[in-house]
Design a binder for this molecule. Sequence first.
Ligand SMILES: NC(=O)c1ccc[n+]([C@@H]2O[C@H](COP(=O)([O-])OP(=O)(O)OC[C@H]3O[C@@H](n4cnc5c(N)ncnc54)[C@H](OP(=O)(O)O)[C@@H]3O)[C@@H](O)[C@H]2O)c1
Length: 315
Amino acid sequence: MKHVELGTTRIQTSCLGLGTVELGLPYGLSKEPPPADNVCIELLHQAVAGGISYIDTAAAYGRSEELVGRAFGSRADRPTIATKVALRDEQGRPLAAADQRQHIEASVQRSLRLLQTERLDILKIHSAADAFLHDELVGAMQDMVDRGMVGAWGASTYGMAAPADALAEAKVRVLQIAYSILDRRLSAQILPRARNNGVGIVLRSVFLQGVLSDRRRDLPDSMAALARAAESAAQLAAESDLSLSDMALRFALYGGAGDVTIVGTAHEEELRQNLVACEAGPLPPDLVAALETIDIDDPELLNPSAWPDQPVQAK
Ligand SMILES: NC(=O)c1ccc[n+]([C@@H]2O[C@H](COP(=O)([O-])OP(=O)(O)OC[C@H]3O[C@@H](n4cnc5c(N)ncnc54)[C@H](OP(=O)(O)O)[C@@H]3O)[C@@H](O)[C@H]2O)c1
């Protein structure tokens, strides 16, 4: 497993991370419910045994934080754990700026308890869209660091405007973005700027929730353009004797776009495949060049929250 430093945070971690929304909520194209607790905890242990030392969770991921806390407690091999605070009330409505500080403090206290720790390694603002930062919010997040409750803070973003907004604030140290073979919109401007500013970059959605896997064959008609693009990628993968998901993961892991690439799964077999793909290293340069020809420029298609709510068959 290759190890990286997350920007200039001084956090050393594996280049492959594990996402855990699937352990806490029905998620993804299948909306499959999470497995039993013991299966989740075993999966987390296997991830760490396989060399993964970065776990992504969030206060909004159902029981994910609790399970991650139970899996690692104060174990010596406790990985770096990144969690998130959603700036929303219990009904999912955006919080007024004046209410955010108190909410962040309460969310951090709960995450500390569930994750069984005295300090959150990384805290991200969850699902930031458009321009989202303001002085009060920056002050509230930085206060968590200054009081020793958080190691580094940042944001997990959607679209183009939110990452640009995050990078305009020097106190933001970690940026999580969607990035994949089909979605390289942030490559030209945002990623070089993040790199120059020493911001740690975490890539997610490298499978576009499973579109870049065999599931491409089960997509509804309204997602036909995505299925076609995924099929073109799959053909290129097949010509190199690779599976589409292996190629999609190695594209993100070794393309130089990010420090850490997270992949979510609740399935032991998928975790194993992802570890094997990671060990295989960079893709051949001619394959990377061929993948440049495949692109989707419709932002709605690249945004899972805009997809139809029809689950494909669960595994
Ligand atoms: N705003 C945010 O902060 C945010 C948003 C979304 C996600 N996340 C985080 O990112 C993680 C990843 O979520 P994502 O939405 O970015 O999805 P993703 O990683 O692109 O895709 C995850 C899905 O791909 C499938 N998969 C995993 N390994 C596979 C393999 N080897 N072969 C085939 N399919 C495989 C699994 O679905 P099946 O098991 O159904 O096949 C899994 O649910 C989440 O766990 C979460 O921690 C954060």
